[in-house]
Design a protein. Sequence first.
Lengths: 326, 106
Amino acid sequence: MTRHLWFLLLAVLGVSGCGLTANQRAATTKFADAATAFGDASANELTKMRDQTVAMNLALYRIPDPPSTKANPNESAAVAYIEHCKKVGHAVVSAGATEKPCEYDNLAADFSGDWFETFLSGPQVMKAYGAALSGIMNADSKDDIKKSSDDLAAALQAIPGSPAANASADAISDLAQQLTELILDNMKAHAIHAVVESTKNTVPIICKTVGDNFSLERDGFAFRFRNTAAQLAIASGQAINANPRDRLARSDSLSGYLLARQNLEEVDTAFPEIQKSAAACVAANTALVNALQNTTFNRHDIEEFYAAALTAASNVGSLKSHTSQN
Amino acid sequence: MPNLSDHDILVALINQTWKLYQQARNPTQQAQLGKQFNDLTVRLGALADSVLDQTQQEYKDAVACVQTATQTVTQAQADEAKVVAAIDQIAQVISALGKLAAMAAA
């Protein structure tokens, strides 16, 4: 019996060497948090951007054109937009059930197109990936493991003539718990090593592409969104000045102007944060990849390993004394 | 000098015009800059989409890869629960064997 227990102890110590180190656990948690935060913020912002673009296109359509532009329809964004709708054969605002309304079909940067849907799925999968990694890192099955180990100890003790019959049930249960937890740590480490290896080059593609699309220095979703807001601000500002006596025109123009200002503020405040979040996600991914490549155990890991070995030895010692009394 | 595409030039011009429009205080100047801004954005809209098919494909592949990784992590967490459940089953088998042994001894 004692020989078997020492074999078990060796197995425990062997398995414990295959789990994640403290640095690796910290890097995984940090990446999971960064991926979740980035995915959540950018997905929300993209959805908001799409909805606000619809609203701004409608506002652009409602505001009256400045008198000077009426001779040349191309001078007004709203009129150019209506002309485009006529050209492509769509209704401008009201459309039948089967026909796509033009204000949705002709959004800046094509927010309604296939590319937008694909693009939006990037932040969504990053959020899900981060949440899954957080879930596995924070999973607490200690209570379940204890119950199973207690049941196992009780079952072993109930066998007539079993060498464990007079052993401490707590010691058997503790040893089973320790072994199970170490096996689970090992499984977790294998899963994390495998997924990070497969995503180490693809995570930066998503984060960088999304981050770039929140930059105003290139032609992307944010740039076109900002342009729509700017067009609305310009057109509504001009319309307010041009229609001082027309209450309805003033009201529509003012609503359009306020909507444009609100969205321009969002561009200035939220978009740089998304870019920072994308960069943080790439950095956390690099740190995680590096941490997983470095399996050197630090002082904290050795202390944990030593504590686990001492507990296991104490449990084996306790079982040994009980079985020899028997 | 870096090679600038029509897109790059238009993006830079639009940004510059918007900056100047925000700084302008004279209504005539504002009107001119506003018109210029609209013209430039209309011209940008007329250009083909700047996002290349290749970039889109690379992005789609990256999304699919992260999706698979997420499923792997979720599966690994489910497997952990299976390990705990397996110990329960072993305990039940041992318990049943113990009862049989006790009956045989009696």
